[in-house]
Design a protein around this ligand. Structure first.
Ligand code: SF4
Length: 684
């Protein structure tokens, strides 16, 4: 810290020069081939630029197994022009390009920071597009890549003009302007540490606040250099930094953040407060069982295993707790699973009411079930938080989702969520980026595990985060699961509630009484239907019961409730179905073992798998390998390709287990388990 405070730091000069060529990402593959071969295109608006370039096209998922400057070999490898993929390994870097130009919605899709990092490592310093997606644009700015929607710059760049910095900062707020002027988030934070910049003071007058706003106000950083936090009030739109209580990341992100640490801070420097940082080896533990031979032959399994090694090394160097993988045993040294999925462990052991938690994963809101503000961030934000313990924020507006009435028997939090996701307000994307507070008697009646299904799936809502007011159930959980003295647990609830007149941008009410067991049709979690509305019998090939969403203790209770009834009746999983049950953590496994669930699962023929993200991230037993395979799964999202190329229906734990027994998608009806011959295949 002391060496950083005295490190020489300058703002960028008032104008910048971009020495290098301009690459137009065109629809016409021939134009791309010509540029990559050395020809500079004369710009005319008649050239049709590619729209909707996703981060998946900039860096396809398997490229994200790389985490360092090697990524500079790969930008645009997945870019489709016509029916071709014209960019090959190394071609952008070798082309000497400094500017990359495309059409509308540049950088849509996944928030992966590997995409702009690959671009910058290939030499790209300026991205020009008709419009640019928010997260990708922020990631660019954090990494020091300039962005613009002004195509008139192209002529000036051609003439070799220096471009005033003000062109890139015009219209930006103070913080973003500072990040651009200092050349990235790390440099800006260094300026904060050195007292060279002051984040504008938030002076919101007295107002009623939501639970989330109260938590954000308590954690508001007023002076980083003086270590001062807390303001009385915040309101939507306030910008600044909030102090985090916990920061965690997994093997997909930690290695790249570690590279940033080495390059920007220094290999031998120590992270601030390592006791509040956690790492997880959870996403790719079983990858070797799911990766195709073709990819293995390309060496990608070895590359992916590097992620594990790099994370382990950094954790050991820094004294950071790593929830790792179980020891590899046997002739083939195949991994046996993880200690825990990150979100499962956060909720089980670490999250507390009123905290702010950041994680390198979109389902970080899982811990909101505990009554805290938990949200996902990118690699640069995680890396910076190792230094500053804080994270940049603009207070989002809030949406209140109330679930009222008594749900019929067998209706779970997953059914609540599939109903919420098909609500027009949510389905049309109006909740994107907002804080979702779940409330109402049907939510209060849920256990903490079931509440976590709802806060976890705030990610599918597209929300900034989701949370639920902590209450007696929270206290009971802390006492029962963590052995916390009751008085201490009750102390955490102090002032943690939304004011009765707090402002919500929208209030949605869901009637639990009217719900019936639901599924979401393949393609999107918002494709929810009552099973009774399916209109046809959908046969099942795979049933998957696991993940952070559905690998908790109460999920195991639900699987066991259905399967015990079958076991007692002498029934087994349908002969055409493979049924996988995977725990969210070793704690959950011990719980299931202690209650005799493993015997029940085995008796009916389910395959039991050690904890890991596994099939949920297309990296473990339970994935599909062709388009025709039909899966019913208790996971949280079913975007195309999520768990393989097949058709994936989302459902509750009860429905998943009942369907595995029946061989087709069916709701669980106690005492009515039956194995029925299947007659209808769904349309591919
Ligand atoms: S289980 Fe699935 S949703 Fe949960 S963290 Fe892992 S990959 Fe993400």
């Amino acid at each position: 810290m002391e060496s950083l405070k005295s490190r020489k730091l300058e703002k960028l000069p008032p104008s910048v020069r971009f020495d290098g060529r301009i690459l137009f990402l065109t629809e016409d593959p021939a134009l791309l081939h010509r540029q990559l071969a050395g020809e500079d295109l004369a710009w005319t608006p008649a050239i049709k630029l590619r729209d909707d370039i996703s981060t998946d096209e900039i860096t396809p998922a398997y490229i994200c197994y790389y985490y360092d400057e090697t990524l500079g070999q790969f930008p645009y490898l997945g870019l489709k022009a016509g029916s071709e993929f014209p960019v090959v390994r190394g071609s952008v870097k070798q082309g000497g390009f400094a500017v990359s130009v495309s059409g509308k919605r540049r950088g849509k899709g996944s928030s992966r920071e590997q995409s702009p990092y690959a671009e910058t490592m290939a030499g790209i310093r300026l991205v020009i597009a008709e419009n640019i997606e928010r997260i990708y644009r922020e990631n660019c700015q954090n990494l020091g890549i300039f962005t613009s929607t002004d195509f008139s710059l192209l002529e000036r760049l051609r003439r070799g003009e220096a471009i005033p910095l003000s062109v890139f900062t015009a219209g930006e707020g103070d913080i973003t302007r500072g990040i651009i002027e200092y050349g990235g988030l790390f440099q800006y934070n260094l300026a904060r540490l050195q007292g060279k910049v002051r984040v504008p003071v938030v002076a919101t007058p007295k107002r009623p606040m939501t639970l989330a706003e109260k938590i954000l106000a308590r954690h508001w950083v007023t002076d980083l250099a003086a270590d001062a936090i807390g303001v009385p009030y915040v309101k939507p739109g306030d910008e600044g930094f909030v102090r985090t209580d916990i920061r965690f990341s997994h093997e997909y992100v930690t290695p790249m953040a570690a590279i940033f640490w080495r390059d920007y801070v220094g290999q031998d420097e120590k992270v601030v407060d390592p006791g509040s940082i956690f790492f997880f080896r959870d996403h790719l533990t079983f990858l070797e069982l799911a990766m195709t031979d073709e990819r293995k032959a390309e060496g990608l399994l070895d590359v992916a295993l590097e992620l594990k090694k790099k994370q382990e090394e950094f954790a050991a160097d820094q004294g950071i707790h790593l929830y790792g993988e179980l020891p590899r045993l046997g002739r083939n040294m195949v991994a046996l699973g993880s200690e825990a999925i990150c979100h499962s462990k956060m909720l089980e052991q670490h999250a507390l009411p009123g905290q702010i938690i950041i994680g390198s994963d979109s389902h970080t809101p899982h811990s909101g079930a505990m009554g805290c503000v938990a949200f996902g961030v990118g690699t640069t934000a995680i890396f910076n938080s190792w230094l500053t313990k804080d994270v940049r924020i603009k207070v989002p507006p809030s949406v209140l989702i109330k679930v009222v009435g008594h749900p019929p028997k067998g209706i779970t939090a997953k059914d609540f969520m599939l109903q919420i996701l098909r609500h027009p307000y949510v389905k049309s994307g109006k909740a994107i980026g907002k804080i979702v507070e779940y409330a109402g008697p049907a939510v209060q009646a849920l256990s903490i595990d079931e509440r976590a299904t709802m806060t976890n799936m705030a990610a599918e809502v597209g929300a900034f985060t989701g949370l639920i007011q902590p209450d007696e159930k929270t206290v009971d959980f802390l006492v029962r699961e963590r052995g916390m003295p009751r008085a201490e647990a009750e102390g955490y609830l102090d002032a943690l509630f939304s004011d009765s007149d707090a402002e919500y941008e929208e209030v949605i009410t869901i009637d639990a009484e009217a719900l019936r067991p639901m599924v979401a049709l393949p393609g999107d979690p918002g494709n929810g239907l009552f099973i009774s509305e399916l209109g046809k019998q959908v046969k099942v090939d795979i049933a998957y019961a696991g993940s952070c969403t559905a690998g908790k203790k109460e999920d195991m209770d639900m699987y066991a409730r259905v399967l015990k009834e079958a076991a007692d009746a002498g029934q087994r999983i349908h002969s055409d179905v493979k049924f996988y049950i995977q725990f969210g953590s070793q704690d959950v496994k011990r719980y299931a073992e202690g209650r005799g669930y493993l015997d029940i699962f085995r008796k009916v023929g389910a395959e039991i798998i050690e904890p890991s993200c596994g099939a949920c991230i297309n990296a473990g037993p339970g994935v599909s390998y062709d388009r025709e395979t039909v899966t019913v799964s208790a996971i949280n999202r079913n975007f195309p390709g999520r768990s393989g190329p097949g058709q994936l229906y989302l459902a509750s734990p009860y429905t998943t287990a009942a369907s595995a027994l029946a061989g087709y998608i069916t709701a669980w009806e106690p005492q009515r388990i039956e194995s029925t011959p299947r007659t209808v295949r769904p349309a591919p």
